[in-house]
Write a protein that binds this ligand. Structure first.
Ligand SMILES: [Zn+2]
Length: 189
């Protein structure tokens, strides 16, 4: 694992054990559920229901093969909370392990790159999406509510943008260049 400038040791050391609650595996909603196209609400990351939601998102991600991130709208909650873990993905360069961010936003971004994306809420399709391959993201950890900044690249940067999109009411289908950039999924993980 590389540790470039801006690597956040606090986030890398975070695990869902900090939340102190047991995560439940939730059902994942699929398009065209309205919650997937609605702007999520800003949350209080210290609220007990948000702490539970954070644990639930991680638990649901962990039981879903190939899942590298999951956002609250995907389990039917219209709020700005998501989890990621790209540590096992072959396209990952920098990564911070498993973590959950609340109220996250992009502070800086650069270097657009196009790559294929899929989503548990759009199970039958994939698409080519252009996204920044270097980003600085700011958000709050659930439980403590502390603000953290994460500078990352490559696949983790893409995954963060995909999950933040969910929290703002967008799917990767909203980001493709057109119908020519959408594909039937060939394999199911
Ligand atoms: Zn998704």
């Amino acid at each position: 694992m590389s540790t470039p400038e801006g690597f956040n040791e606090r986030v890398a050391a975070w695990s869902e054990d900090e939340l102190g609650v047991t995560g439940r595996v939730l059902d994942v909603v699929t398009a065209p559920a309205t919650v997937l196209s609605s702007d999520g609400a800003v949350v209080d990351p210290t609220a007990p229901e948000i702490v539970q939601l954070a644990a639930d998102l991680v638990a649901t991600m962990r039981v879903s093969p190939g899942c590298v991130g999951l956002a609250a709208p995907q389990v039917g909650e219209g709020v700005k909370v998501f989890c990621v873990d790209v540590s096992q993905h072959p396209k990952t360069r920098t990564h911070h392990g498993t973590y959950v961010l609340c109220n996250a936003e992009v502070v800086e971004s650069s270097r657009n790159e196009k790559a294929r994306e899929g989503c548990m809420s759009v199970p039958d399709l994939t698409g080519d999406v252009k996204r920044a391959s270097r980003i600085l993201v700011r958000g709050q950890l659930p439980g403590t509510g502390e603000w953290v900044e994460i500078r990352t690249d490559a696949f983790e940067a893409r995954c963060l943008q995909h999950e933040m999109d969910h929290c703002n009411g967008y799917l990767f289908l909203d980001r493709v260049a057109g119908a020519h950039a959408i594909y039937q999924r060939q394999t199911y993980l």
